[in-house]
Write a new protein. Structure first.
Length: 260
């Protein structure tokens, strides 16, 4: 019924109890989950999860926040993306939230890393899983310049404005909403969710982070993507079954390799 389009099952809090995690998914009618790669060093673990379990798929990429890790080349990304059950590139993008005394100009390495992921997407035809935080203007600019209108993907765990959402949609990207949608102080984000057409919406947990209400403060898990779906249905004024079917269809359209 539901699909969790973004989770981090390589995190020890989830990896060490993967059987229970998958059982909870089944109990809550979550049919599939996409395991996100954030470093090349963790790729084998993430890929191993996807190879071992028929309800899991994975990506390959290096998160913009990660420093002191193996820097990906385009060939690194392209070669790994050809492996079975790898369906997308990322998580990639830009994050200026913690500059730690650096300027935006000093973050050129992030923009260069992001550009390599876009180049890999152009070569493979695979979608991008985009992370942006305190960097939406540059994220959109790099996508426009490097992607030349030829790349697709999703802005995951969306927390930006309606204007940024509209720009992402204009570029052909979908918008994914997380448990933040259920937070008390997230009315601006709920307005964005009301605006984004259902046929362009995905839902996710970003597990083990950002557990939705009523589980806030606990380690998140893919089973709880159902709460995000329920909130999105409430905001759209639609039956939850319709939202579940639509977001699942959107997932399958975007991540064409991740068929049930």
């Amino acid at each position: 019924m539901f699909v969790d389009s973004h989770c981090h099952l390589s995190d020890p809090s989830l990896l060490n109890r993967i059987g229970d995690v998958r059982a909870a998914m089944a109990e809550h009618h979550v049919d599939r989950a996409l395991c996100i790669c954030t470093t090349l060093e963790e790729f084998n673990t993430v890929h191993g999860l996807a190879l071992s379990h028929g309800d899991l798929w994975c990506t390959v990429g290096v998160h913009p926040d990660n420093e002191g890790v193996q820097e990906p080349t385009v060939d690194d990304l392209v070669s790994r993306s050809a492996l079975p059950r790898v369906v997308a590139l990322g998580e990639t993008g830009l994050d200026y939230y913690r500059l730690n005394g650096r300027s935006v100009a000093d973050m050129a390495w992030q923009r260069e890393r992001f550009a390599r992921h876009i180049q890999a997407a152009l070569q493979t035809g695979l979608p991008l899983v985009v992370h942006t935080r305190s960097a939406s203007e540059d994220t959109l600019a790099v996508l426009r310049h490097e992607g030349q209108g030829q790349v697709r993907g999703v802005f995951h765990c969306f927390t930006e404005t309606k204007a940024v959402a509209a720009a992402a949609l204009d570029l052909g990207f979908d918008i994914s909403f997380s448990g933040i949608l259920t937070f008390r102080n997230a009315e601006d984000l709920r307005d964005v969710a009301r605006m984004v057409p259902l046929e362009r919406c995905l839902i996710e947990t970003d597990s083990p982070y950002l557990a939705p209400m009523p589980h806030r403060g606990k380690p998140n898990q893919p089973a709880w993507v159902s709460h995000v779906g329920l909130k999105l249905a409430e905001l759209k004024g639609l039956p939850v079954e319709q939202v579940a079917a639509a977001t699942t269809a959107n997932f399958e359209r975007l991540f064409t390799r991740a068929q049930a």
